[in-house]
Every structure is written in structure tokens, then in C-alpha cells.
Design a protein around this ligand. Sequence first.
Ligand code: PAF
Length: 310
Amino acid sequence: MSEESAEPTVPNGLTLARDLEELTFSPGVGDALQAAPAPIGFVPTMGALHAGHAALIERAAEAMSRRKGGTVVVSIFVNPTQFGPGEDLDRYPRTLEADLRLCREAGADVVFAPSARTVYPDEHLHPGGIAASVRVGGPLTETLEGSHRPGHFDGVATVVLKLLNMVRPAVAFFGEKDWQQLAVVRTMANDLNLPYLIESVPTVRDADGLALSSRNRYLSPEQRAAAAELPAALFAARAAIAAGDAPAEVERALTDRLSAAGFAVDYAAVRCPTTLGPPPAKPPYTVRILVAAKLGGTRLIDNVAATRTA
Ligand code: PAF
């Protein structure tokens, strides 16, 4: 597991916590942990932060400013257990110093950037560093990302639960860009009665519609220009659903359009927004249209809501 080694410059007014003890005694966090629920707004991330993350942090800051003494904690941890073999764990961008600046500017009070050892401490006792894990089972994690990235959601659910239990926030904020991840986290929170509210924040897009993602920086300038076809195709699919086209037809048209534009499509699916199972048989309905497609070596995912009224 590669880690950024140089100690970064920490902007004034921001605390960088590197382990649980430092987190617990960070200004605002120690006292807040005594309260129930702790007035902490939490944004878990893997770093390489962009304006989409800033929107999450700003939303957390706004929510916390309504509570006296509210604190915003952002975690930055590239979680190895959610990457499959051959995925981009080693080259995942690590930009801690720039991330700290973005966190401060967006309104964070504390950044929790633990080492892999802090999160997965018992490597010598348990392969993977821990013996316990959490798994959201069933169709929700077997479909779409689940079928293309086996084990991915086990890694996500486990690290999210660990981070939630370490930070113990009143509210945790997740982006809608990872729609299936959001559904998995909500299911885990409901099924296990977790005492944390899960809030979602809409996807932030570039001017040409491309959803912001840490992985967009892998795209060459030509690929970046071509990537705009993905949101354009999604928006056209949304219009087709509204106009009354059948979900299966919309899926086919979306796949064809993206394939013709040079994408290798993993899936293009019209689904129930909560279960990610098939959409309702009859309108009116609101569905989620989800896409994963590769452009060269870069895998992009995106989704939009679509409504058919009659
Ligand atoms: O969405 C992400 O950045 C990650 O999957 C998360 C939620 C921080 C867990 O590692």
C-alpha cells in the first residue's frame, strides 16, 4: 500500500489528524464526542479532492453551522480493500497538500488522514488487517458495479462503517455520483440501525456535463473531450424516458450511442432508484439511469434520475 510520505503544510485553522488518538483530541472533536449525537458532519473521501468534494464539505459546513459548536470532519483514506486485482490502487492520485487547502476553503475543521495501519492494524494476526467485516448482501450489491467489481462493496461497507464508528458523526454526506454506493451505505445504516444520518449531495458537473471524478485526471486531452459524450447520452436517455420510451429500448440506445463514440460499455441500465432492481412495469415512475464505461484505460461511472409521468 503506497502512502504519501512527506509531511504536508497544514493551513492555519485546520487540524490534520493521522491516527485515532489525534482525531479524538482534535479541537472540537473531543468535546463533541461526549455529546449525543455528536455535532459532527462527516465527509468520507479517498482524497484527490475536486469541486464535487467541496460541495459535500460545504453542505456539511452549512448543516453543522446550524448546530452550536458543530464541527466538520473530512477523512482522506485510499481504502485498499475496495480495489480489485488489476484496478488502480497504486496509481490512485494522492494529493494531500492540495486536498488540505480545498478542505479548509470549503469549511472543514478537521481532516482525518489515517495510515493503512491505523485502519487495518492487525496484519500479522489477520490477513487484510482485521478479522471482522460487514457485508450488504443480496441483489443490491450483486448487480451493476457489484457484478463488475467483485468484493468492491464489501470493502466500501466495511471501511465506511469503521470510519463512521471512529468519527461518530451526527450526519455523514455522500455524493450521488456513486449512486449504488449511496444505496449500499443507506441499506447498511438502516439494516444495522446505525445512529448516523446519511445525506446525499447532487453530482457536480463540468461545463460540458462530465461528472467530476478523481479519475478524470487519468484522461488524455483527447479522451477528456470525448468523455462529454457520456453525460450527453445520459441526458438524452432521461429525455427518452420522459417521452415514453420503454426502459429496455433506452438501455439499448444508450449502449449503442456510447459504443459508437468509442466507449467500452460495462452497463447502461434503467433501474429502480432504491433497490437497483428492474424499474416498475407501468408509469408513472421515477427511475435511475446508470452507466459505467471505459474510455481507453479509464473507467467512468455516472447516473441521472428520469421521470415518466404517464
Ligand atoms: O466514495 C469514496 O470516495 C469511497 O468509496 C469512500 C466512501 C470514501 C470509502 O472508501
